[in-house]
Write a protein that binds this ligand. Structure first.
Ligand code: ZN
Length: 475
């Protein structure tokens, strides 16, 4: 059921006024309203060959939490650079706005994305930003466009030939709601199209209406919008009209290798865990693990995983464990129980759809757990797993430092935290594997670390059970 919402387009709930083409709702509440004219038909990123994802993060041990994800498209260098620059700008601005207090709850910046259009003419990417600076989340949206003919990236205003007329048309829709906001060009920074070709303008939380209204969007009918569009805008509208509604691909069965005969009560075992991917370096990481005969656990972000299902299948084929790291990496302990359930449940569905295997483990973003998170995990039947060795590889982008922290922290039963979204971390892995094997360690998945010891859904684990070597002080 989560897949349907993801593939079906933007999620809307409550207070949708279909008659006048204006909708308001929280963007995270996901009950699809088919008749809503402001529903954008998104493209399933898994259908785009060669797409990968990039992530900027400030991690678990930081004074603030930052997780910015964006897609990277083959053959669209200017768009990729515009997305990367936007990510860097947001991180910079958030740093300047929040300082480095380390106060709890941590200030948090989270950016996720959807593909608003993809054709041989245009690409549209919708970025959704959530900021938490003390009390509540504030959400904003921005949609960037790319013209394949000119190889130029632009903001949403690039879709319009007659801004004044579009602003006027949108204003008329909003006035029907009993409020007369003053719209400026700056506010028209997130424009896309519905499956019917209607032009959809989305606004940020609190931008035109009271904050309690959540998502606010207005639709200008296709034929009314057409003469107001630039050449790029017309191509974007055509792309939306030509876009097939994505359908869930049949669930593949991925043959995993037979279980290994490793007994971590006797052997010296260590579990390497890689978070936040998959990303552009994950394939190379898998090569290193394969070469060393090592297995690992991948706590994947649902958004990244759903976009790159083939690499997940490779993980399973090669004996690694694919696990849940939430949909878009927001701190779950700051969310309502229903949002926690949506984030973890949707990721369970996406990972199962990609690999044919239902995940059994989840790691909450930033390791942040509360009772709601534990309760939801229990209901979903997943075990919560954190770590007891933090390489802080998100902070120190230096392979030697990452290697020495991982090796120095290793003990029988250790769970080591790494991130495969960083090139420097993936560069460090061959040396980590060599050093650990040299010390007699076997590199295992988290379930292998526990062997027959029972892991309980909803419980949090941070290291494996003691083994003989640990008990005897022989580490
Ligand atoms: Zn993470």
């Amino acid at each position: 059921m989560h897949k349907r919402r993801f593939f079906g387009g933007i999620a809307l709930a409550a207070a949708v006024l279909t008659g006048c083409g204006v909708a308001t709702a929280s963007p995270s509440q996901d009950d699809t309203v088919p008749a809503d004219p402001t529903k954008i038909r998104f493209v399933d990123p898994a259908t785009i060959t060669g797409l990968t994802t990039r992530t900027l993060n400030e991690g678990e041990s930081g004074g603030r939490y930052v997780h910015i994800s964006h897609p990277e498209f083959p053959g669209a260098a200017a768009l990729n650079e515009a997305l990367a620059e936007e990510a860097r700008r947001q991180q910079r601005d958030f740093r300047a706005a929040t300082g480095d207090t380390g106060a709890a709850p941590r200030p948090e910046l989270n950016v996720d994305w959807q593909v608003a259009a993809f054709s041989d003419q245009v690409i549209g990417v919708r970025l959704r930003t959530g900021e938490f600076t003390g009390a509540n989340w504030g959400n904003s949206v921005r949609t960037l466009w790319y013209d394949r003919a000119t190889e130029r990236a632009t903001g949403s205003l690039g879709l319009l030939a007659d801004r004044d007329a579009v602003r006027q048309a949108v204003q008329t829709k909003l006035v029907d709601r009993g409020v007369t906001p003053t719209l400026t060009d700056d506010m028209l920074d997130s424009i896309a199209f519905s499956a019917d070709g209607d032009l959809v303008v989305e606004f940020d939380d609190c931008q035109v209406f009271d904050c309690s209204q959540g998502r606010v969007a207005a639709a200008v009918p296709k034929d009314q919008a057409r003469p107001l569009l630039s050449a790029l805008g017309r191509r974007a509208q055509e792309a939306a009209l030509g876009q097939e509604a994505a359908t869930a691909t049949p669930r593949p069965t991925t043959p995993a290798p037979a279980a290994r005969a490793v007994d971590c009560r006797v052997a010296k075992c260590v579990a390497l865990t890689f978070d936040d991917g998959p990303g552009p370096y994950t394939g190379r990481l898998l090569d290193s693990l394969e070469e060393a005969g090592a297995r690992a656990t991948f706590f994947t972000v649902g958004l990244n995983a759903a976009a790159q299902p083939e690499i997940l299948r490779r993980m399973v084929r090669e004996g690694h464990l694919v696990a849940n790291h939430s949909w878009a990496h927001r701190d779950l302990s700051k969310q309502s129980s229903s949002r926690v359930a949506d984030s973890l449940g949707r990721t369970q569905d996406a990972l199962a759809a990609a690999t044919g295997v239902e995940p059994t483990l989840a790691r909450p973003p930033y390791g942040a757990v509360n009772k709601d998170v534990r309760d939801v995990a229990k209901r979903l039947g997943v075990v919560l797993v954190n770590w007891n060795v933090d390489t802080r590889d998100w902070k120190d982008r230096d392979s030697k430092t990452v290697t020495s922290r991982a090796v120095a922290g290793a003990r029988p039963g250790a769970i080591i935290l790494l991130h495969d979204i960083h090139r420097t971390t993936v560069d460090a892995v061959p040396a980590i594997l060599k050093a650990l094997k040299g010390k007699g360690y076997t590199l295992v998945t988290v379930p292998e670390l526990y062997g027959e010891a029972t892991l309980e859904a909803g419980q949090l684990y941070t290291s494996g059970p003691l083994n003989r070597a640990t008990r005897d002080g022989d580490v």
